[in-house]
Write a protein that binds this ligand. Structure first.
Ligand SMILES: NC(=O)C1=CN([C@@H]2O[C@H](COP(=O)(O)OP(=O)(O)OC[C@H]3O[C@@H](n4cnc5c(N)ncnc54)[C@H](OP(=O)(O)O)[C@@H]3O)[C@@H](O)[C@H]2O)C=CC1
Ligand SMILES: CC(C)(CO)C(=O)C(=O)O
Length: 312
C-alpha cells in the first residue's frame, strides 16, 4: 500500500517506520530540523520491540511527486489538523482511507468538512513514543496498537487492506465496527490520565503513589464517562472502573504525551482533552468540576513557552 504519514513524530515516526520496514510504500510528511535529519540520516527508532534504522526515507515534497495515496495516517498534534487536512487534499482519491490517530473525540466533526465523509475513518493509537531528537523516535513500552474503522461500521476493502498492512508491520491492529465507541474508550482513559499526570506533574507511578492521585483520576474518569454516555456512546457498564485497570497496566515510568509536552514547554492538547470534556459536558448538561479544576490549572501553560514549537 502507498501510505502517507502526516506528522513524523512520536506516533507517526514509529508506525511509519514499521510499515516501511515491512515493505509498504511509505511517504513521510515532516518539516524543519526533523525533515532535514530524515533526508540526511534516515529515521531511527529505538524500541523494546526492536530498534530500526530506515534509510533512505521517502519524504513528501509536493503533490505531483507523491501522487495519489491509498491511506493517510494523520499523526500531528490536534492544533495542526486544519493544515494537515488542507495539505492532503490533492493526494486523495475517492477510495483513500484517511485515519486521524490523535487523542480526541471531536476529530470527525473537525475534519469531515475539509476531508470529506467518504474518505474519513476513525482511529486511536495505544502507544507511548516520543521524539528524542530530530529523526529519532523513542518507543517507551511494548504496546503499539491501532484501533480503527469506517465511521458507518462496515468492513470495507480499504479498511481490510490497511488492517493487513498494519499487522504485517507487527502493529497490533483492530478493525472495529464501532469506532465512535473506540474513540471514547481511549478518550475516557487518556483524558483523565493526561489530566491527572499533568496537574500533579507526575508520571503514572507518581500519580498512583501520591495522596489523592487515584481520587483525582477517578473523578476525571467518571466525568468523562458521564459525558460520553450523555452523548449516546455505548460505554460498557462499569467502564470508569476500567480506567483504573488500564492505569494499573501501564508502567510506572510512563508519561502521557501531554505531561511530556508540559515538561518541555511545548504547547498542550489541553483544549481537546479536559477542554473537550468541559465543552461537551456543558452541551450535554453534565457537571464536570474535576475537569474544570485541571483545565484551569493547566490553561496558563497551554500555549507552551518554546517559540520553535509554537502552534501551527
Ligand atoms: N506520543 C504518544 O505516545 C501518543 C500520542 N497520541 C496522540 O497522537 C498525536 C501526535 O502525538 P505525537 O506523536 O506525540 O506528536 P509529535 O509532536 O511527537 O509529532 C507530531 C509531528 O507532526 C509534525 N507536524 C505538524 N504539522 C506539520 C506540518 N504541517 N508539516 C509537517 N510536519 C508537521 C510536528 O512537527 P513540529 O514539531 O515542527 O510541529 C511533529 O514532528 C497527538 O494527538 C497525541 O495526543 C496518541 C497516543 C500516544
Ligand atoms: C498514555 C499513553 C502514552 C498511553 O497509550 C498515551 O496514549 C498518550 O500519552 O497519548
Amino acid at each position: 500500500m502507498k501510505i502517507l504519514i502526516f506528522g513524523s513524530g512520536g506516533i507517526g515516526g514509529y508506525f511509519g517506520a514499521r510499515l516501511a520496514a515491512a515493505g509498504e510504500q511509505v511517504v513521510f510528511v515532516a518539516r524543519g530540523a526533523f525533515a532535514y535529519a530524515l533526508k540526511h540520516d534516515g529515521l531511527k527508532v529505538f524500541s523494546a520491540r526492536g530498534d530500526l534504522h530506515l534509510k533512505p526515507v521517502t519524504l513528501h515534497e509536493n503533490a505531483e511527486t507523491t501522487g495519489p495515496v491509498d491511506a493517510v495516517l494523520i499523526c500531528t498534534k490536534m492544533w495542526s489538523l486544519p493544515a494537515a487536512a488542507e495539505a492532503i487534499r490533492p493526494l486523495l482519491t475517492p477510495e483513500t482511507a484517511v485515519v486521524p490517530l490523535q487523542n480526541g473525540v471531536e476529530l470527525v466533526a473537525l475534519l469531515s468538512d475539509s476531508v470529506g465523509a467518504n474518505n474519513l475513518l476513525g482511529g486511536v493509537a495505544y502507544i507511548s513514543a516520543h521524539i528524542e531528537a530530530p529523526g529519532v523516535i523513542r518507543h517507551n513500552t511494548q504496546h503499539a496498537r491501532i484501533v480503527f474503522g469506517e465511521l458507518d461500521g462496515r468492513r470495507s476493502p480499504r479498511a481490510e487492506a490497511l488492517h493487513r498492512a498494519l499487522e504485517r508491520a507487527g502493529i497490533e491492529a483492530v478493525l472495529t465496527t464501532d469506532v465512535t465507541r473506540a474513540l471514547w474508550e481511549k478518550f475516557s482513559t487518556l483524558a483523565p490520565l493526561a489530566g491527572a499526570c499533568s496537574y500533579l506533574r507526575k508520571d503514572v507511578g507518581g500519580v498512583r503513589d501520591s495522596a489523592g492521585g487515584r481520587e483525582l483520576l477517578q473523578a476525571l474518569a467518571s466525568e468523562c464517562v458521564a459525558v460520553g454516555r450523555a452523548r449516546g456512546v455505548a460505554l460498557p457498564e462499569g467502564w470508569d472502573a476500567q480506567v483504573h485497570a488500564r492505569f494499573d497496566e501501564l508502567g510506572g515510568a510512563v508519561k502521557p504525551s501531554m505531561l511530556l509536552d508540559l515538561e518541555r514547554g511545548n504547547p498542550l492538547e489541553l483544549e481537546w482533552l479536559s477542554g473537550a470534556v468541559l465543552r461537551l459536558g456543558d452541551a450535554a448538561g453534565v457537571e464536570t468540576p474535576a475537569s474544570r479544576k485541571v483545565y484551569d490549572a493547566l490553561r496558563p501553560f497551554a500555549e507552551g513557552r518554546n517559540a520553535t514549537r509554537a502552534r501551527s
